[in-house]
Design a protein around this ligand. Structure first.
Ligand SMILES: NC(=O)c1ccc[n+]([C@@H]2O[C@H](COP(=O)([O-])OP(=O)(O)OC[C@H]3O[C@@H](n4cnc5c(N)ncnc54)[C@H](OP(=O)(O)O)[C@@H]3O)[C@@H](O)[C@H]2O)c1
Length: 307
């Protein structure tokens, strides 16, 4: 069989959408799943499941053997200390890249990185995503690879952006601090389309790509709110939460992790990410190399997400 594609993270929000799309495009999908997640694995696409951990060399060998391509989407966005992120995002990537690069028939390799990798100084998460890219470049040898840096991705199954949009649909937009940020967004199906575009065309290189939904210069929060206002036909009230309050909550989260354990979402690093002024991405290189163009506007994406 010459169209086997290995995917990690297929039980998560983005990976699941990618795996569905790859299966629909005719790929034989071989997906990594952790033992604890196996009983809840998605059933809405055909897949050969490989049970195990990213950091385990033997599992990685079973995952990538005889593949044409590897899409590495597993990652962690929650943690308190650098090692919480590095263990999965850096060490896991290094192990998978090494295993892929040593195959007799070397597959091409796509890493789902993050726009956060552009600003590694902001947070442990951002630093780990940059270091994952560096691990890919360092251990790939001659293997062709790409690294996608998506901005905030939304769509059915998303847990990060969804609560904020839900608040907006109820008529309230909670925003942190004086809002000077511009952010790019991407609907998850467009990300899946970009992966297909890269697999079909743009893979004879070793390159990092940014991507977004086609809105040049991204959005201000006011523009995002205006789209939701248009959809609900009513005004949305902005509620400004002072950065100092969010900082306090984040510090409390870190403290409670020391006492109770767990993986907090809101940390001081996350606050620095949320208040960073420039999360605008640039599609031009990816479109040039692969011909991919995003198709789903914010309004259409929100309609599909909240249908
Ligand atoms: N969501 C966004 O807006 C966004 C934006 C830019 C980049 N990204 C990147 O996209 C990727 C996927 O994000 P997501 O939002 O889909 O996250 P998600 O819903 O939390 O999914 C994460 C996936 O990674 C798997 N995973 C985590 N730790 C693992 C480990 N040690 N071994 C094997 N698998 C492991 C999870 O498996 P389990 O089901 O077993 O937990 C799950 O399938 C991440 O690398 C993230 O950095 C996301």
């Amino acid at each position: 069989m010459d169209n086997i594609i290995a995917i990690t993270g297929a039980t998560g929000f983005i990976g699941r959408a990618l795996a569905q799309r790859l299966a629909a495009a005719g790929w034989h999908v071989r997906a990594l799943v952790r033992a604890a997640s196996y009983p809840q694995r998605p059933q809405d696409f055909a897949a050969e499941w490989v049970v195990g951990e990213l950091q385990d060399p033997e599992t990685m060998q079973r995952l990538v053997a005889d593949t044409t391509a590897v899409v590495h989407c597993a990652g962690t966005v929650r943690g308190a200390v650098q090692n919480d992120f590095d263990r999965v995002n850096v060490d896991g990537t290094r192990q998978l890249v090494r295993t892929a690069a040593m195959q007799e028939r070397v597959p091409r390799f796509l890493l789902i990185s993050s726009l956060a990798a552009r600003e590694p100084q902001l947070s442990h998460y951002a630093a780990s995503k940059r270091r994952a890219e560096e691990a890919l470049a360092a251990h790939a040898g001659d293997m062709f690879w790409g690294a996608f840096r998506p901005p905030a991705v939304y769509g059915p199954g998303d847990r990060e952006m969804r609560p904020l949009f839900q608040w907006m649909f109820r008529g309230v937009a909670p925003l942190i601090g004086a809002d000077h940020s511009r952010i790019s967004l991407l609907y998850v199906e467009d990300l899946a389309g970009a992966v297909i575009g890269w697999l079909n065309n743009g893979w004879q290189q070793q390159q990092i790509f940014e991507l977004h939904d086609g809105k040049l210069q991204g959005y201000t929060w006011q523009e995002i709110i205006a789209v939701v206002e248009q959809m609900r036909g009513k005004t949305i009230h902005r509620v400004t939460i002072p950065v100092s309050v969010v900082d306090l909550l984040a510090a409390f989260n870190l403290l409670s992790r020391k006492v109770f354990g767990g993986m907090p979402m809101l940390t001081p690093g996350k606050v620095r990410e949320l208040t960073h002024p420039d999360w605008v991405a640039d599609n031009s290189q990816l479109s040039l190399e692969t011909g991919w163009k995003p198709e789903v506007s914010l309004m259409e994406g929100l309609k599909r997400t909240f249908a």
